[in-house]
Every structure is written in structure tokens, then in C-alpha cells.
Design a binder for this molecule. Structure first.
Ligand SMILES: *[C@@H]1O[C@H](CO)[C@@H](O)[C@H](O)[C@H]1NC(C)=O
Ligand SMILES: *[C@@H]1O[C@H](CO)[C@@H](O)[C@H](O)[C@H]1NC(C)=O
Ligand SMILES: *[C@@H]1O[C@H](CO)[C@@H](O)[C@H](O)[C@H]1NC(C)=O
Ligand SMILES: *[C@@H]1O[C@H](CO)[C@@H](O)[C@H](O)[C@H]1NC(C)=O
Length: 258
């Protein structure tokens, strides 16, 4: 048992998602480079989380209150039936960075079997509506610390998800827990990549995790690059979540090259 940690009565957190996507294929013959708008292809798209707070309603403290004496903490409420207190998954893709999705408390997560020991696990699934070739996937954590390990999965049919990119804290050891070897870059369009977070130290909140999909070996043909970047259904699985949990996603971005 790990008794060093003291837990607040409830925990909370948010995650914001941004995804940069190349909307249209590069026209090889184009002579002039045009400044392309970045388009958020996740915005307005259907997104589900497998756990959401607020049903039944739940009180929580914001993460920023963790170190405050109990008397100074501001209790907040998550109530799925009240639009101003709900933190439903759709708020991740509503394009408003002031709204967020939030999981249930750590205790509730563990009681409902979402995790192992004191390490919670949640998943978020997004249907982009068509196949895109993202340049970046950006995950914006809100009032929460990033997960120790993060699996980014993809699927063509929304049913069978294949691992795509694993992001981990401790390279070889964490990659082995996913059953793969550390491999920061793809060596084929079907590769499963396992790399450490680009930013070594986690931020306590509001971390923006950018996953680049455009870094491919020079040996990749355009066709191989397109296959490596292709995604229709995206699933994020959070593992080894610490103390404070939850997520809210915000916008996805698409880089249109014409
Ligand atoms: C949030 O989602 C729940 C479950 O799908 C639904 O019952 C509720 O009406 C939603 N709340 C809002 C404010 O959209
Ligand atoms: C964004 O969300 C906040 C909090 O719910 C709300 O006050 C604000 O009006 C929203 N902004 C837009 C542009 O909808
Ligand atoms: C939610 O997803 C996580 C990660 O895939 C999984 O470990 C957990 O069991 C799921 N929970 C539910 C209620 O399906
Ligand atoms: C993708 O991420 C890289 C690295 O953070 C950044 O330099 C680049 O501008 C991003 N591209 C888009 C379209 O946001």
C-alpha cells in the first residue's frame, strides 16, 4: 500500500484535445507554397468517454485547491443533467477551451473497475467522420497531470482499434508494459511506435501534449506516409493516471495543403 499520498475527497481534471490534420493531399506539381490554414478536424465531431462525472452528481475540488487547507477549498459540482454543471465528452470538441470533459473521482473510477491498484484507466473515442492524415495530434490536459502512459489507437471501422502510438514516461520499461520495444519513429506504415513524452517533466495542469505524425523516415514514399498518418476513428487510452484525473478536449486542427 502506498500511504504517502493524501487524497482529497474527490479528484478532478480536464483534458483538451487538438488535432492537426492535413486535409487534402499534397499536389505534387504545385509550384507555389500557400500559407495553409490550420483546421481543427475534431471540432464538432462525436466523441465519447467511457467514464464521465455527474450521474449521479458528484462534488469535487479543483486540482489547484489540493494544497490549500480544507477550509479554503471551493467545492464544485458535476451534474450531468445540468448544462452549466455537466462535463460531458462532447465538450472536448465544442471548440471552447473553457468547457471540458471530466471523469468521475479516482475513488469512483477504481470502484467501477477502471484501473489497477490506485492507477486509473479511461478511454476517449472520437469519430472524425472521414479519413484524415493528421500532422499533429495535440492533447490538452486541463486541471490534471498527464497519464504515466498513453495509448493512441486508430480504427477504420470504429470497432477494432489497433495500437498506433504509445507515449510513455520511462522508455524501455513502459514500452514493455505495452508489449512492444521502444521505437520512436515508424519503420513501416503499420509500425507501432513507442516513444517517451517529448516534454520530459509533466506539468501539473494545462499541459499540451503534441504528437507529431509527420516525422517519418526519408525512405517513406508519399503513399507510405499517407498510410502511416491515416486515421478515421481515434481512441486515446490513459493508463497510470495519478491522483488527479479527468480530461476535457477542445479542438482539433487540420492543415489544408492545396
Ligand atoms: C450528458 O450526457 C448524459 C448521458 O449521455 C445525458 O443524459 C445528459 O443529458 C448530458 N448533459 C448535457 C448537459 O448535455
Ligand atoms: C465557452 O464556455 C463558457 C463556459 O461555459 C461560456 O461562458 C462561454 O460563453 C463559451 N464561449 C462561447 C464562444 O460559446
Ligand atoms: C475504460 O477504458 C479503459 C482503458 O481502455 C479500460 O481500462 C476500462 O476498463 C474502461 N472502463 C469501462 C467502464 O469500460
Ligand atoms: C505540429 O507540431 C510541431 C511541433 O510541436 C509544430 O512545430 C508544428 O507547427 C505543428 N503543426 C501544426 C499544423 O500545428
Amino acid at each position: 500500500m502506498n500511504s504517502r499520498r493524501t487524497r482529497p475527497r474527490a479528484v478532478t481534471g480536464v483534458l483538451l484535445l487538438l488535432l492537426a490534420v492535413v486535409c487534402s493531399p499534397l499536389h505534387r506539381g504545385a509550384a507555389v507554397a500557400v500559407a495553409d490554414p490550420v483546421v481543427n478536424v475534431a471540432q464538432g465531431k462525436p466523441v465519447k468517454a467511457n467514464v464521465t462525472c455527474g450521474s449521479p452528481l458528484e462534488d469535487f475540488y479543483p486540482h489547484s485547491d489540493l494544497l490549500k487547507p480544507a477550509s479554503d477549498r471551493q467545492i464544485q459540482r458535476c451534474d450531468a443533467s445540468n448544462p452549466s454543471l455537466a462535463h460531458n465528452a462532447s465538450l472536448m470538441t465544442d471548440g471552447n477551451s473553457s468547457t471540458w470533459w471530466q471523469s468521475t473521482s479516482l475513488q469512483q473510477l477504481m470502484l467501477s473497475g477502471n484501473g489497477v491498484g490506485d492507477r486509473a484507466e479511461v478511454s476517449i473515442t472520437l469519430d472524425l467522420g472521414q479519413t484524415y492524415h493528421p500532422e499533429n495530434i495535440t492533447i490538452h490536459m486541463g486541471d490534471t497531470i498527464r497519464p504515466g502512459r498513453l495509448a493512441i489507437m486508430r480504427s477504420a471501422d470504429g470497432l477494432n482499434f489497433d495500437p498506433w502510438i504509445y507515449l510513455v514516461t520511462n522508455g524501455n520499461r513502459d514500452c514493455r508494459r505495452f508489449g512492444v520495444a521502444k521505437q520512436p519513429e515508424p519503420d513501416s506504415p503499420e509500425s507501432v511506435v513507442c516513444r517517451e513524452y517529448a516534454q520530459l517533466e509533466p506539468q501539473l495542469y494545462n499541459e499540451r501534449i503534441t504528437v507529431s505524425l509527420s516525422e517519418v523516415p526519408p525512405s517513406f514514399s508519399d503513399e507510405a506516409r499517407q498510410r502511416w498518418q491515416a486515421v478515421r476513428h481515434l481512441q486515446l487510452r490513459f493508463y497510470d493516471m495519478d491522483l488527479v484525473l479527468g480530461t476535457s478536449a477542445d479542438q482539433f486542427v487540420c492543415n489544408s495543403l492545396t
